[in-house]
Design a protein around this ligand. Structure first.
Ligand code: GLP
Length: 252
């Protein structure tokens, strides 16, 4: 079932998304969270930290798995997703860091690291709620447009457009790694719920294509139309611009 929630602005998106996540944690204190990076979820993480500092939410028993990591960046590298998670969430909550899992970008054999991550995911079981952002080309995690949908964790080549988009976090474009380890789409579809966040007009076009266009590996996020669990899409007015024009009846 797909539920589309269109809110006024990014702040409201962050607040609502944090509420959805915290409900899952309250219902199941040892929930397995599927976490994502990128700029979209940053505000939501801030809201979760606030809830924790207010004494409303504990992450003591919570476990987490991240979607992806750049190849070649060690966990303490300032641009690694491991460092992103520490700085944007983990350092400010009571989660046991031993229960937080992210592919190791510094592994000497990245293919073997993909394999190791899959075995870990098998052991942890189904993700209770998987958080997702969406790339401008429709990528989810680092699953780029392709001729087929990936199943398991894979070593991926980043497209030029993704490298360009992510260069804003680096000193220069040539410092952006060209490869990443990404959880496959098959893995993402195994989770019990998916929470997809989108903000800003730059996502309006791809969000409409992904949720209402053809289901094709050229738009990886389009597979979410076939997802069997609960798909909750929370976005702001600018991100929902095209959907509002074409499918206003679908908005909750
Ligand atoms: C990155 C990440 C994705 C993220 C996407 C969108 O490449 N690997 O997980 O969803 O790009 O990022 P942003 O939220 O900054 O637009």
């Amino acid at each position: 079932m797909m539920k589309l929630i269109c809110l006024k602005n990014e702040r409201e998106v962050s607040i609502r998304a944090a509420e959805i996540m915290s409900e899952v944690i309250k219902e199941r204190p040892n929930a397995l969270l599927g976490l994502a990076t990128g700029s979209t979820p940053v505000g939501m993480y801030r809201e979760l930290i606030k809830k924790h500092l207010d004494g409303e939410l504990s992450f003591k028993e919570v476990r987490s798995v991240n979607l992806d990591e750049y190849v070649g960046l060690a966990p303490d590298h300032i641009q690694s997703y491991a460092d992103f998670m520490a700085k944007n969430l983990f350092d400010y909550i009571d989660i046991n860091k031993e229960n937080t899992f992210i592919p190791n970008g510094a592994a000497t054999d990245p293919e073997a690291e993909c394999e190791r991550y899959d075995r870990l995911l098998d052991r942890l079981g189904r993700v209770d709620i998987q958080l997702l952002g969406i790339g401008h080309n429709g990528h989810i995690a680092f699953n780029e447009p392709d001729v087929c949908f990936t199943k398991d964790t894979t070593l991926v080549n980043l497209t030029d457009s993704t490298v360009k988009a992510n260069s804003r976090f680096f000193a220069s474009e040539d410092q952006v790694p060209k490869e990443a380890i990404s959880m496959g789409i098959g893995r993402i579809l195994r989770s019990k719920r998916v929470l997809l966040l989108a903000t800003g007009e730059g996502k309006a076009d791809i969000l409409e294509k992904a949720l209402f266009g053809s289901v094709t590996p050229e738009v990886p996020a389009s597979i979410l139309q076939f997802y069997q669990g609960d798909l909750i899409v929370v976005g702001d007015e600018p991100a929902f611009k095209i959907i509002k024009q074409k499918h206003s009846e679908a908005i909750f």
